[in-house]
Ligand binder design. Structure first.
Ligand SMILES: CC(C)(COP(=O)(O)OP(=O)(O)OC[C@H]1O[C@@H](n2cnc3c(N)ncnc32)[C@H](O)[C@@H]1OP(=O)(O)O)[C@@H](O)C(=O)NCCC(=O)NCCS
Length: 166
């Protein structure tokens, strides 16, 4: 098994990530949020157009995760002003979970943050996303706060905030 994690630098690469995001989100959030909310959030945050705007105007960048050349996951991050690095997205196809790829992805996030001179990585995670919460705790993230964010259309994100000190 050979894992490669590379920055997405092209429109084609971003479109591939959008396709994968659509597939993963419609699987991993079933039972956590409604199908209507999944559709809404994919369009608002993970469509090609949305990610293009995030990367061009909002300081985000994406990393593509490939196993033996096949795209199977992605990471979205944003270095912030001050000491913190925001881990916005960490998604792996379900058939690739539980094999250590998630740990490799988080290791890469920490490397990216260190390379930017940051002192911590923080993220938000749905309170009912038990597996992701378990992974973050096992990795050494600490629960620092909770937040409810109105994302429009009658939907909210009900999240924990976790932070990892580098
Ligand atoms: C989050 C995600 C990327 C993690 O990837 P993964 O392949 O499942 O993670 P790994 O198998 O590499 O496990 C990472 C660590 O967590 C541990 N872990 C995994 N599942 C666990 C569980 N249920 N309970 C406790 N620890 C767990 C592993 O042992 C490993 O720790 P180690 O490196 O010390 O052995 C993946 O599960 C995923 O894409 N989930 C769906 C999308 C999602 O919810 N993303 C997060 C949104 S905020």
């Amino acid at each position: 098994m050979s894992i490669a994690i590379d920055k997405v630098n092209t429109d084609i690469g971003l479109r591939e990530v959008a396709e994968l995001a659509d597939r993963i989100w419609h699987e991993c959030f079933v039972g956590i949020i409604s199908t209507g909310q999944i559709n809404y959030m994919v369009e608002k945050f993970q469509s090609y157009e949305a990610m293009k705007k995030q990367t061009e105007e909002q300081g985000y960048y994406y990393l593509a995760v490939r196993e033996d050349g096949e795209l199977c996951g992605y990471i979205g991050v944003r270095p912030e002003e001050g000491d913190r690095f925001f881990l916005s997205k960490l998604y792996l196809r379900n058939d690739k979970r539980g094999m250590g790829i998630g740990s490799a992805m988080l290791g890469r996030v920490f490397d990216e943050a260190r390379a930017c001179g940051k002192k911590s990585v923080y993220l938000t995670v749905n309170k009912h996303n038990d597996r992701a919460v378990a992974v973050y705790k096992k990795t050494g993230f600490e629960l620092t706060d909770e937040t409810v964010t109105d994302i429009g259309n009658g939907y909210v994100m009900d999240d924990y905030i976790f932070e990892y000190k580098l």
